[in-house]
Design a protein around this ligand. Structure first.
Ligand code: GDP
Length: 320
């Protein structure tokens, strides 16, 4: 085990906090199956499998973990150490799949020297796009970057106002606020302003209304093309924001964004609000994209770099 520095201890704490509901749910069910627990003697394999499925790890993963535990404990009720070791191994294996790694801020393509790096935030309304844009701005500002936020959602009343509040909170600049304007024009103007003002990172928030999905996808494509016309290679990173509390149901929609918006990385928000945090593992598996950040609360500092080791430690503590 690597030495625990204050920084890594702090990071683990954030994962422990974000995954509390999932961990408590899992432990509540698993501890009764362990030797001496209330449910000892029942079919522990089936009960363990159900507990893992309820944490949203997926039926196949749950079955593989139970098989592995059976391999070490036979028909006797397993120890927590045996459950933890099998689950840990399996989850880390899945998270290490191609693309599942987590380069920290910023990664993806580099911006040309002296030009702003452009990050486009996409996803359905209510998933946490604006909050993520604000939290990301705050992190980049704290790291010494000059950041600008742009609301390319000109359709939803209040979207631009909400982002403006985040800009003030994060110490970032703001360019936008043109209700009803063409989102591409707003993004283009922000790119020009960012270039002129020597901004390091321009974060563009977008619309996510679902009832008009086809026009939305066309609009996102246009925003991308327009940004690229103003700044070479832009957007340098497209992040798809997904809401952990919608679980599997969000995946078909997510796939539509992948095609239209050229998504390169994922952000999973509200992991603190669900007992089904295993969804993170399924999302990485099913979309085959790196999970870059986890949203662990509504506060400005509640966005953390995804780290597979810290994730499993937050889910499966050393002692049950
Ligand atoms: P948007 O429509 O995609 O821009 O979503 P918003 O950023 O407006 O977020 C919708 C709601 O989710 C707001 O109430 C946020 O405070 C909340 N939210 C966003 N991220 C998180 C998170 O990581 N944890 C929790 N608990 N709430 C979040």
């Amino acid at each position: 085990m690597t030495e625990m520095t204050p920084k890594s201890a702090g990071r683990l704490e954030r994962f422990m906090h974000g995954l509390k509901r999932t961990r408590d749910g899992l432990l509540g069910k698993v501890s009764s199956l362990l030797p001496g627990g209330a449910a000892t003697g029942t079919d522990w394999g089936e009960a363990l499998e159900n507990a893992l499925i309820e944490a949203d790890l997926g039926p196949e993963t749950a079955a593989r973990i139970v098989d592995e535990v059976r391999g070490t404990s036979g028909t006797r009720a397993p120890s927590w150490g045996q459950v933890r070791s099998a689950a840990r191994g399996e989850i880390l294996r899945l998270l290490a799949a191609p693309g599942a790694g987590a380069p920290s801020v910023p990664a993806a393509a580099a911006a040309p020297a002296g030009q702003p790096r452009v990050i486009l935030i996409v996803g359905v309304n209510g998933g946490g796009k604006t909050t993520t844009a604000g939290k990301l701005a705050r992190r980049l500002v704290a790291a010494g970057a000059r950041v600008m936020l742009c609301p390319a959602d000109t359709f939803r009343a209040g979207a631009s106002e909400q982002l403006k509040i985040w800009a003030t909170r994060a110490g970032a600049e703001f360019s936008g606020e043109r209700p009803g304007a063409d989102p591409s024009a707003v993004a283009f103007d922000a790119a020009a302003a960012a270039e002129a003002r020597g901004i390091d990172a321009l974060i563009v928030d977008t619309a996510g209304r679902l009832h008009t999905q086809d026009p939305l996808m066309r609009e996102l494509e246009k925003v991308r093309r327009t940004l690229g016309r103003r700044i070479a290679g832009a957007p340098h990173e497209v992040l798809l924001v997904l809401d952990a509390t919608t679980g599997q149901n969000g995946l078909p929609q997510a796939r539509r964004f992948l095609d239209a918006a050229g998504v390169g990385g994922l952000v999973l928000t509200k992991i603190d609000g669900t007992a089904r945090g295993g969804i993170a593992v399924r999302i990485v598996q099913e979309l085959g994209l790196p999970l870059r950040y986890l949203g662990v609360g509504e506060g400005p500092d509640d966005l953390i770099d995804f780290d597979p080791e810290a994730f499993v430690d937050g889910l499966l503590p050393a002692a049950a």
